[in-house]
Design a binder for this molecule. Structure first.
Ligand code: FES
Length: 73
C-alpha cells in the first residue's frame, strides 16, 4: 500500500536560498536532524535556519538579522 511519502509531487520542491538568511520552502515539511530529532512545520512557507543562531533551530527565528558585536580595539 503506497504511503503519502511514496507519492511523487506534481512539481519539484523549490527551496529558495536567501542572501543572508534562511532557506525558504513551501510547507508543510518535516526536518530531520542528525540525531534523529524531527521538527514538523505546518506553515504555508517555512524558513529553515542556515546560520545556526536560531533559538528555534532548525527553524529561522530571524536571529540572523542581529549582527555580532565587534570589539573596539
Ligand atoms: S537563518 Fe534566520 S535565524 Fe538562522
Amino acid at each position: 500500500m503506497p504511503t503519502e511519502r511514496d507519492e511523487k509531487p506534481a512539481e519539484p520542491t523549490r527551496i529558495v536560498f536567501t542572501e543572508d538568511g534562511p532557506a525558504l520552502v513551501d510547507g508543510p515539511v518535516e526536518l530531520v536532524a542528525p540525531d534523529g530529532t524531527v521538527t514538523r512545520a505546518d506553515r504555508f512557507l517555512v524558513a529553515i535556519c542556515l546560520c545556526k543562531r536560531s533559538r528555534s533551530y532548525p527553524l529561522c527565528d530571524t536571529s540572523h538579522r542581529h549582527r555580532r558585536r565587534c570589539r573596539d580595539s
